[in-house]
Design a protein around this ligand. Structure first.
Ligand code: DGY
Length: 323
């Protein structure tokens, strides 16, 4: 029997790739950087399945370039804002993603960022590298206490909830807002429900865990930043465009907030000479929320299972939720 043809848009962990290669005629994009859109459009011509990454733009034009035989798109990520879901639905192409397995790793990273911002870890490392550590000083590199402080969680889905669990262990008061959850559900997930405006005003730490949608793009803008405490630490491990980076840079320069700790930026990747990187009160890491060995293996396994199920014409084990 003819094996299905698939394109995999980057080398992924063997835990998933080997399964795909065993069942399909597989072409893997071998380079470290993603295929440019035009190249991807050529590569998908005639494929039955596409395994893609959050760095690939997957729109209707690309689906049409692939052809009517394309029967599954499997993304190795929980987020799927790079995929035009309406276009996929119109064409009857199921889309898979990798929820659940990266919850703990991503919450670990978000909490790491919170601690790094609170205790000025990157500044401390730089202080030593700059040869400034001459003695123990009573008032140098003072940061914020977690115990008794308030953490505001924007978006109390799986990862937001895992963040709340970690915060409980550090004796933080937890408040949250989430447009799809009732107050009862927010309480059930370990947080006190509040409106976004109150969350911004009350929080010592604000952590963003909402998906990127037209409604959440620049949710953290100049007004939101102005509402925050001058001592506040902002953490974003969700998607870069939720925070207006230009407004954030201005807010940090003007002391409207104390620190920003980001795993995601807009644009992404951020250029090494971006002016925000010259500020001392910024901690930025390169979108590594799910970057643990076990988590990435599990993500690759789920992405492969989604792809293979779609190729067999079966429901995807982890299809993106319907609107
Ligand atoms: C996701 O899965 O959406 C993360 O951003 C990368 O793991």
């Amino acid at each position: 029997m003819k094996r299905p043809r698939v394109f995999v848009s980057r080398v992924i962990p063997a835990a998933g790739l080997v399964k795909v290669q065993a069942a399909c005629e597989t072409e893997v994009w071998p380079e470290r950087l993603p295929p440019p859109y035009d190249v991807l459009r050529e590569k998908v011509r005639g494929v039955d399945g596409l395994l893609c990454l959050l760095t690939d733009r997957i729109d209707g034009e690309l689906m049409d370039a692939a052809g009517p035989q394309l029967r599954v798109i499997s993304q190795i990520a929980v987020g799927y804002d790079n995929i035009d879901l309406a276009a996929a639905r119109q064409r009857g192409i199921p889309v898979g993603h990798t929820p659940g397995v990266l919850t703990e790793a991503t919450a670990d990273l978000a909490f790491t960022l919170l601690l790094a911002g609170a205790r000025r870890i990157v500044e401390g490392v730089q202080y030593i590298r700059d040869g400034k550590w001459d003695t123990w000083e009573p008032e140098t590199l003072l940061g914020a206490d977690l115990s008794g402080a308030t953490l505001g969680i924007i978006g109390l889905g799986r990862i937001g909830q895992a963040m709340a669990q970690r915060a409980g262990g550090f004796n933080l008061r937890i408040i949250a807002c989430d447009p799809v959850l009732s107050d009862e559900e927010i309480r059930g997930r370990g947080a006190e429900p509040v409106e976004l405006e109150d969350l911004l005003r009350q929080s010592d730490f604000v952590s963003v865990h909402t998906p990127l949608t037209p409604e959440t793009r620049h949710l953290i803008n100049a007004d939101a930043l102005a509402a925050m405490k001058p001592t506040a630490v902002l953490v974003n491990s969700a998607r870069g465009p939720i925070v207006d980076l230009v407004a954030l840079e201005a807010a940090l320069r003007q002391g409207q907030i104390a620190h920003a700790a980001l795993d995601v930026t807009d644009p992404e990747p951020i250029a090494a000479d971006h002016p925000i990187l010259s500020l001392p009160n910024v901690t930025i890491v390169p979108h590594i929320g799910s970057a643990s060995v076990r988590t990435r293996d599990q993500m690759a396994g789920i992405a492969a299972n989604n792809l293979l199920a779609g190729l067999r014409g079966e429901p995807l084990p982890h299809a993106v939720p319907a609107d």
